[in-house]
Every structure is written in C-alpha cells, then in structure tokens.
Design a protein around this ligand. Structure first.
Ligand SMILES: *[C@@H]1O[C@H](CO)[C@@H](O)[C@H](O)[C@H]1NC(C)=O
Ligand SMILES: *[C@@H]1O[C@H](CO)[C@@H](O)[C@H](O)[C@H]1NC(C)=O
Ligand SMILES: *[C@@H]1O[C@H](CO)[C@@H](O)[C@H](O)[C@H]1NC(C)=O
Ligand SMILES: *[C@@H]1O[C@H](CO)[C@@H](O)[C@H](O)[C@H]1NC(C)=O
Ligand SMILES: *[C@@H]1O[C@H](CO)[C@@H](O)[C@H](O)[C@H]1NC(C)=O
Ligand SMILES: *[C@@H]1O[C@H](CO)[C@@H](O)[C@H](O)[C@H]1NC(C)=O
Ligand SMILES: *[C@@H]1O[C@H](CO)[C@@H](O)[C@H](O)[C@H]1NC(C)=O
Ligand SMILES: *[C@@H]1O[C@H](CO)[C@@H](O)[C@H](O)[C@H]1NC(C)=O
Ligand SMILES: *[C@@H]1O[C@H](CO)[C@@H](O)[C@H](O)[C@H]1NC(C)=O
Length: 454
C-alpha cells in the first residue's frame, strides 16, 4: 500500500514536468483591432506586376502608431499583391481577404541579405549570410497573420533552381520568419511555394498556428512546412501540410552555435494535422537540436505518402537533447520508414564543433499507431557513446509491404514495447516494460488528464 502510494507520488512528480503542455487548450483571445486600413490607401496595386514593397512598409510604419491604442489591422482586398521582404510590427493583424494573394518578388535583390541566426552561426544552404524572409517579425508582441483563406505565395521556383544549380550567393529566404517575439498567431490562410521553410518562429514564446494549409511541390529541395525553432509554448493544430522535404520539423540550433545560444524548443503541442513529406519526414525532430527539444505532445496525426513518418535526428557534435516526447494516435499510409531515430544525421556548420558533444535521446513514447503499406517499421540507430534510451512503444500495428526483408533495424538503443507488430528488435523488448516498477515510460494521454504511463 505504502509502496503503491510512494510510487504514485513518484509518478505524479515526474508528470509535473510532462504535464505542462496545454498550449492548444489555450485558444488565443483575439479582440478585433479598433483600427483597420486597406493596403490600397498606401498606393498598392494588386495587378501581380507592380512591386508593392514600399506600400507595405509605409502601411506598417503608419500602423505602428496604433500599437498603444489596441493595435491595428492591415487589410488586403482580393488582388495579386507582389512585394519584396517587409517587416511586421507589434499589435498588428495582417488580414488577407478571400482572393488576396501576397506574391514574393522573383528578383533576389528584393529580398535583403541579413546576418545568420546566432544559434546557427551561418546560413543553412551556404555559409555566407542569408536572404531575409518575405514576411518578417523581430522582437514583436501580439502579431496575427490571418484572413479568409487568402494566400501567401513565395514563388520559390527561382530559389529552388538556384539551390539545385549551386548558384546561391546567400542562403534561401523563408516565407514567414518571426524572431524573438511573444504571442504570435498564424491562421486561416494558405501558404504556397516557400523558398525554404514556410513558417519559422525562432526564439518565440506563445505561438499558435491554426487551420492553415501549406504546400510546395514534391521535388522542391529541402522545403519544410512549420519549423518551431528554439521556441516554447507552441500549438500547431488543424493544419494540412504537404512538402518536398519535412512537413513539421522541431529544431533548436546547430552545434556550438546552438549550444552557446542555449535556447530549447519546449512545451509544444501538435494535434489534428495531416502531413505529407515527399523526400523527408512528416514529423521530424532535429537534426539541429543543440539547444534541446523537450516536452512535446503530438496526437491525432494522419501521415501519408511520405518517405519517413516520424524521425528523430541528431549526430555527434550536436550536444543537446531530445527527451520527454509523447506521440499518440497516429495513422500512416504509404510510408517507407514509419519510425526512425538516427544518430548520424546532418552536417556540421564548420569544423569548430566539439566531437565529444554527444546528444541525448531519452524518454520517447510512441503509442496507438496504425500503419498501412509500410516498408520499414522502425529504424533506430543510436550513438555508441550515448545510446538512445527509454524508447517506449505501445499498441503499434504497422502492416508492412514485404518490399524489404528487414522490418526493424536497431543499434545502440534500448527501450520497452507492448503490443507491437511486427515484432520489434530485441533492444526494444525489455521485459520489465509492463511491470509497475518500470517508471521509464511516461506519456501524456491528453492534455486535460495529466495521466501517467506504464
Ligand atoms: C526590418 O527589421 C530589421 C530588424 O529585423 C531592421 O534591421 C530593418 O531595418 C527593418 N526594415 C524596415 C524597412 O523597417
Ligand atoms: C479555417 O479557415 C477557413 C478559411 O481559410 C475558414 O473558412 C474556416 O471557417 C476555418 N475553420 C476554422 C475551424 O477556423
Ligand atoms: C483555400 O484556398 C486554396 C488556394 O486558393 C484552395 O485550394 C482551398 O480549397 C481553399 N480552402 C477553403 C477552405 O476555402
Ligand atoms: C551571385 O553573385 C554573382 C557575382 O556577383 C552575381 O552575378 C549573381 O547575380 C548573384 N546571384 C544571385 C542569385 O544573387
Ligand atoms: C478563423 O476563421 C474562423 C471562421 O471564420 C474564425 O472563427 C476564427 O476566429 C478565425 N481564426 C482567427 C485566429 O482569426
Ligand atoms: C506503398 O507505398 C509506397 C511508398 O512507400 C508507394 O510508392 C506505393 O505506391 C504504395 N503502394 C500502394 C499499393 O499504395
Ligand atoms: C490501439 O490503437 C488504435 C489506434 O491506432 C486504437 O484504435 C485502439 O483503441 C488502441 N488499442 C488500445 C488497447 O488502446
Ligand atoms: C553501437 O553501434 C556500433 C555501430 O553500429 C556497433 O559497432 C556497436 O556494437 C554498437 N554498440 C552497442 C553497445 O550496441
Ligand atoms: C530493462 O529496463 C530496466 C528498467 O529501466 C533496466 O534497469 C534494465 O537495464 C533494462 N534491461 C535491458 C536489457 O535494457
């Protein structure tokens, strides 16, 4: 009795850490802005040919003066609003009416070149600086990008061609990048053809991404949908994301730069999303994860026609951790590798990384997963000096298509499993799984109930 009580206490203690992810429960309260102006009032022309960068800059400069008066809305009526990069401001709502399309300029000189992010130390594609994103935020408070299914189209083709032909002088821009900001909402819009990432919140808190659809063509190189990066309290819900590379990727900085910057991605809740990742992974963690990734809850996800379903990526030299991740209620169909964890993934920013900075991968729970037409059920390749531990699989049924004779690959990994088909590798077979003394597997079932594991 006493033992049970102590155990319960131990469990609930552990769960305080895990149970803190309630982001999607906290719907942002969106008061209508007391002031609204149309981009037309700033001389913008929605013919798809006139460059409207100055109109956007002037409109937002004007709306800055309403920041302390409840904020303001910039309204985009139907039209094709061609523009180069522009900045948002605090207490602003950018609203795209049905039929309004923001179109990124096809001239790279309309996308300024800026410093690399401190947690990356260099550009991703090429070491020299990087192009500024189409829509930017820096040190903002309370910013909303929404509409009535308007569209933001990055016209990424020129950038994909430059990437593929190794002709980039600077790393590719993203579609939307919000840096060091608090209370960010992105909702009710369609995002197309991002040059690289579509939505990139970096060093942000309280980010709510809801009811958007994002896509790039299958052959677009390394295009990613939503990338929460060194950010906390993030909710992503009711979205459809279909990308050339990864659909949703959680990151937190690159090797020595990420370790020095030291800002994790944590308290992330992802639910009710449909993901398709042509050459990458529908849901990925890393490979840049030096600031750490923890306390992530993922539930009710549909993954289809993807190279990989769920993938954890890291490598020696990264440091950092990926831990306390709970993933449940996942349906997959036509996926090559359903679940993967790679300890040798991704390159280094330069040769100044510490090869002894071993990353940790620990306490990952994957539960209630069903898959059809899967080739590899699971591939876990840990790091010899820092094996992946406490990988917990429960109620996982993956129908494999017999394309490969191997359905599980495991090395330098240990964990527990219960009701997993096909039968997992020995390393994930720890018999103490179902015994009550195993406090190694915890998961969050649902947000409301901060429930314990097995
Ligand atoms: C946009 O914001 C950046 C800071 O991120 C700043 O350096 C730049 O001057 C701003 N541009 C305009 C036009 O306000
Ligand atoms: C999602 O956004 C569309 C417009 O893009 C809107 O018509 C629909 O009502 C929204 N749904 C929810 C649940 O917000
Ligand atoms: C939103 O717009 C996109 C692109 O214009 C369209 O494909 C989609 O069907 C629209 N969705 C809704 C809910 O109206
Ligand atoms: C890259 O730099 C070269 C040489 O300055 C220039 O000719 C070329 O237009 C630049 N390309 C881009 C995409 O900016
Ligand atoms: C999205 O659209 C729905 C339906 O029009 C509306 O109820 C909701 O408030 C919108 N979301 C945001 C964040 O504007
Ligand atoms: C099974 O999935 C693969 C992708 O891994 C796809 O190429 C193939 O067409 C799918 N087969 C069926 C019967 O849907
Ligand atoms: C196993 O997972 C499936 C969904 O993948 C779910 O429908 C079923 O109820 C789960 N079974 C148990 C015993 O939890
Ligand atoms: C770790 O992986 C390496 C390379 O795959 C392998 O040689 C080694 O035996 C593994 N170590 C353990 C403890 O499984
Ligand atoms: C099985 O799990 C228990 C509890 O975490 C641990 O002490 C033991 O070393 C594990 N055994 C193996 C073979 O991994």
């Amino acid at each position: 009795m006493l033992v049970a009580l102590l155990l319960l206490l131990a469990l609930s203690n552990a769960l305080i850490v895990y149970g803190d992810v309630e982001q999607c429960g906290l719907n942002p309260k969106l008061d209508p802005r007391p002031h609204s102006v149309s981009i037309l009032e700033f001389g913008a022309v929605g013919d798809g040919k006139t460059l409207n960068t100055i109109a956007f800059q002037n409109a937002i400069f004007y709306l800055k003066s309403f920041a302390d008066k409840g904020g303001a809305q910039l309204y985009l009526p139907p039209g094709q609003w061609l523009t180069g990069s522009f900045n948002l401001t605090s207490h602003l709502t950018l609203f795209l009416e049905k039929g309004a399309v923001i179109i990124g300029s096809q001239d790279p000189s309309h996308w300024d070149v800026i410093e690399p992010l401190p947690s990356y130390g260099r550009g991703k594609d090429v070491p020299e600086g990087r192009h500024k994103s189409l829509i930017n935020g820096y040190k903002l408070e309370d910013v909303v990008i929404t509409g009535n299914n308007g569209t933001i189209d990055g016209m990424g083709m020129i950038w994909w061609d430059l990437y593929n032909s190794h002709s980039l002088n600077h790393s590719r821009p993203h579609l939307v990048e919000i840096i060091s900001s608090n209370f960010v909402v992105v909702s009710n819009l369609t995002f197309l053809n991002a040059p690289a990432y579509s939505i990139h919140p970096v060093y942000c808190s309280n980010v709510h991404i809801q009811n958007i659809s994002i896509s790039t063509p299958p052959d677009s190189p390394y295009t990613v949908g939503i990338v929460p990066d060194s950010s906390d309290n993030v909710c992503i819900e009711d979205c459809i994301v279909s990308m050339g590379f990864d659909a949703i990727s959680l990151k937190s900085g690159w090797d020595e730069y990420g370790l020095t910057y030291g800002r994790p991605t944590e308290k992330v809740h992802i639910r009710r999303v449909h993901l398709h990742a042509f050459s990458g992974s529908a849901l990925s963690f890393g490979s840049e994860m030096s600031g750490g990734i923890s306390n992530v809850l993922v539930e009710h996800v549909k993954i289809f026609n993807s190279n990989s379903g769920i993938e954890f990526r890291t490598t020696k030299g990264r440091g950092g951790y990926i831990k306390e991740i709970a993933i449940s209620n996942i349906e997959m169909e036509n996926v090559y590798t359903a679940i993967g964890a790679k300890g040798d993934c991704g390159s280094h920013p330069d040769d100044k990384f510490d090869p002894k900075a071993f990353p940790l991968l620990n306490h990952i729970t994957l539960k209630d997963i069903i898959g059809k037409n899967i080739t590899i059920a699971g591939s876990f390749e840990g790091i010899k000096e820092s094996p992946f531990t406490n990988i917990c699989l429960s109620n996982v049924t993956l129908s494999t298509n017999n394309v490969s004779p191997i359905t599980w690959e495991c090395s330098n990994v240990s964990g527990f499993s219960d009701s997993v088909l096909p039968e997992p590798c020995q390393e994930l077979h720890n018999a103490s799984y179902s015994s009550s003394s195993s406090s190694s597997c915890f998961y969050l079932m649902s947000l409301g109930r901060k429930t314990a594991g097995f």
